[in-house]
Design a protein around this ligand. Structure first.
Ligand code: NDP
Length: 279
């Protein structure tokens, strides 16, 4: 029978473990604090920021909200980051992306101190991951590793295929699977014979950004299929990059959408905040 990987349950377990840690730290007089900066009021960003605040509240992390207007200049935003970098009571800094077009996103990411970079997007964090040093890891791929480990799915020695090479999902995902001793292949839009490559996978991670593109013809029988994608279909129903109805019957294990990878991202952000507080 196919194992359905329950991201909702696993993310809740992680949040409860973190809550315990944070409560113990509070008893020692240490309060963990995350600063969240939102520039403008893009509705999707407001929802994401709201969810992050709620998770902080649940775990007992203090959250500082910087909701600044759309017209905020790059210099002003860099000024806020600089102030937070130098504030010892702030452990994590997060700028909700995307930022408005007049602000250079790369400059903003680079300005956050790597020791407070809880999103794991700073070049120093990315570099540390690739050379096996300690540093913050991008939350969604870190969440996928937790899903696999907590579902007792072995990574070591397995053929792992990642579809997608974005900086926030595909690339760090590949590095993490490699760190866990998987044999990793990365696919992208120029990959030839995508189906054949995917069919080699014992673990197939799909982060392609195309609704229900990956059907059973891409999947080896018994493989673990992790669907990072999230979309609304023509009926306004949530779906992933994987055609769940087609793949579920032949997969050994699979993540649903919703309730698979999605809830893990915030759980791992909270984990990074606690780590930042312990440093
Ligand atoms: P991007 O659009 O940045 O990257 C998509 C990748 O897929 C690219 O590397 C692209 O290749 C590759 N690709 C596109 N089309 C094909 C194709 N036909 N064949 C092979 N490869 C292809 O997306 P993200 O990595 O940011 O996100 C991926 C998905 O995950 C999205 O659905 C997004 O919504 C979701 N997501 C979910 C999160 C969560 O918390 N659950 C968090 C982040 C993302 P190339 O590089 O050559 O263009």
């Amino acid at each position: 029978m196919t194992q359905i990987i329950d991201g909702k349950l696993i993310s809740q377990q992680i949040k409860d473990e973190l809550k315990e840690k944070v409560t113990a730290l509070k008893a020692e007089g240490k309060e963990i604090c995350l600063a969240v900066i939102q520039v403008g009021n893009d509705p999707a960003s407001t929802v994401y920021v709201g969810n992050k605040k709620k998770a902080c509240e649940y775990i007992g992390i203090k959250s500082l909200a910087y909701e600044v207007p759309e017209e905020t200049t790059e210099e002003e935003l860099l000024g806020i980051i600089d102030k937070l970098n130098n504030d010892d009571s702030v452990h994590g800094i997060l700028v909700q992306l995307p930022v408005p077009k007049h602000i250079n996103e790369e400059k903003i990411i680079n300005a956050i101190s790597p020791s407070k970079d809880v999103d794991g997007f700073h070049p120093a964090s990315v570099g540390a991951l690739s050379i096996g040093q300690k540093g913050f890891v991008s939350c969604t791929p870190a969440g996928v590793i937790q899903l696999l480990k907590r579902s007792n799915i072995e990574i070591s020695g397995k053929e792992c295929v990642v579809i997608g090479r974005s900086n926030i999902v595909g690339k760090p995902m590949s590095m993490l699977l490699l760190r866990e001793n998987g044999t990793v292949t990365i696919c992208h839009s120029r990959t030839k014979d995508l189906k054949e490559v995917c069919k080699r996978a014992d673990i197939l991670v799909v982060a392609i950004g195309k609704p229900r593109m990956i059907d059973a013809s891409y999947v080896k029988e018994g493989a673990t299929v992790i669907d990072v994608g999230i979309h609304r279909d023509e009926n306004n129903k949530l779906c992933g990059d994987v055609d769940y109805a087609s793949v579920e019957p032949i997969a050994g294990a699979i993540t649903p959408v919703p309730g698979g990878v999605g809830p893990m991202t915030i759980a791992m952000l909270m984990n990074n905040c606690v780590e930042a507080g312990l440093n």
